[in-house]
Design a protein around this ligand. Structure first.
Ligand SMILES: Nc1nc2c(ncn2[C@@H]2O[C@H](COP(=O)(O)OP(=O)(O)OP(=O)(O)O)[C@@H](O)[C@H]2O)c(=O)[nH]1
Ligand SMILES: [Mg+2]
Length: 296
């Protein structure tokens, strides 16, 4: 006779206003880069699933777009995705920054959490940027705003506190099945990962309104043995933006292509040939059909 061994599994949401470090934390927890990161807000546009495999357990993290006041159909969808994720998790990690007191954006997210009765851990990120002493008043202020299950200061950048967060999350996972096979880290297909890598490089090399106006579509992705031939189109909304993305003598687009290719080769473990095109599609952020096509 063998005793039943219980397996734990569950879903954890990473939510917060834009730019607090949700995607950086996801990558840190997984030890793998599956979510793109930038210093601009509204980087993440979809739900990004990441599976943390542990002995006798599986914690499925759902990284979400930063919650903000939506001005375009794209942004409305992004916020809807984040709020919907809150309805399907066992635990929510409400992420804020240690560098600032709670602002209207943080309060707005917290209100959405309060409307649901999902247990929430307050994750105070970017502690590498502040003195320890500055955390105490912050913890005090946040604990008066909500009855958090736990409060965990972390640095997604250095990894400080991340193991403790993972332990706390694991302790709150119910008994459940193994949802994903041992070797699965994310449910994003390779073409989605490829498009996201290209978008990350575009965000890194451009600024102002451009990051918000950029979308990437993979026109073709052909695997030939240990090699992939990828052709992608970068969509922008205006001719002036197209000129910025291409750059003088095409140097911006060339750099984007080179950096994206290197990241893809590392992630996919194969040689990559990447071809990039730029097209203007006015108001794609408001175009329902385009949004669906782009996977938003
Ligand atoms: N110093 C410091 N910077 C961090 C830390 N975590 C994230 N960052 C930086 O904060 C910025 C935003 O990080 P992201 O992970 O893209 O933030 P996000 O919350 O996913 O943002 P959205 O997807 O736009 O909602 C990037 O420049 C990161 O490098 C941290 O612990 N310390
Ligand atoms: Mg993000």
């Amino acid at each position: 006779m063998s005793a039943a061994v219980s397996y734990r599994s569950g879903f954890v949401a990473l939510v917060g206003r834009p730019n607090v470090g949700k995607s950086t934390l996801l990558n840190r927890i997984l030890g793998e880069k599956i979510a793109i990161i930038s210093d601009k807000p509204q980087t993440t546009r979809t739900r990004i699933l990441g599976v943390k495999h542990l002995p006798g357990a599986q914690v499925v993290f759902l990284d979400t777009p930063g919650i903000h006041k939506p001005k375009f159909e794209l942004n409305k969808r992004m916020v809807d995705v984040a709020l919907h994720v809150l309805d399907e998790v066992d635990l929510a990690c409400f992420m804020v920054e240690a560098t600032e007191p709670p602002g209207p954006g943080d309060r707005f997210v917290l209100e959405r959490l309060k409307e649901r009765d999902v247990p929430a851990v307050l994750v105070i990120n970017k502690v590498d940027l502040v003195k320890k002493l500055r955390l105490l008043p912050l913890i005090d202020e946040y604990s008066r705003m909500h009855r958090f299950a736990e409060i965990v200061p972390v640095s997604a950048k250095t990894g400080d506190g991340v193991d403790r967060l993972l332990e706390l999350a694991l302790a709150r996972m119910p008994e459940g099945p193994s949802y994903f096979a041992e070797d699965v880290v994310t449910d994003q297909p390779m073409r989605v990962l490829a498009a996201e890598i290209i978008r990350e490089k575009l965000l890194q090399k451009t600024r102002d309104e451009l990051p918000f106006a950029v979308a990437v579509f993979i026109d073709s992705f052909k695997e030939e043995g240990r090699m992939a031939r990828i052709s992608a189109t970068v969509y922008v909304e205006k001719d002036s933006q197209k000129a910025i993305v291409i750059g003088k003598h095409g140097e911006i687009l060339k750099a984007v292509g080179t950096h994206a290719r290197i990241d893809m080769e590392n992630l996919f473990g194969m040689k990559v040939f990447l071809e990039l095109w730029v097209k203007v599609k006015a108001s794609w952020r408001q175009d329902e059909r385009m949004l669906v096509e782009l996977g938003y």
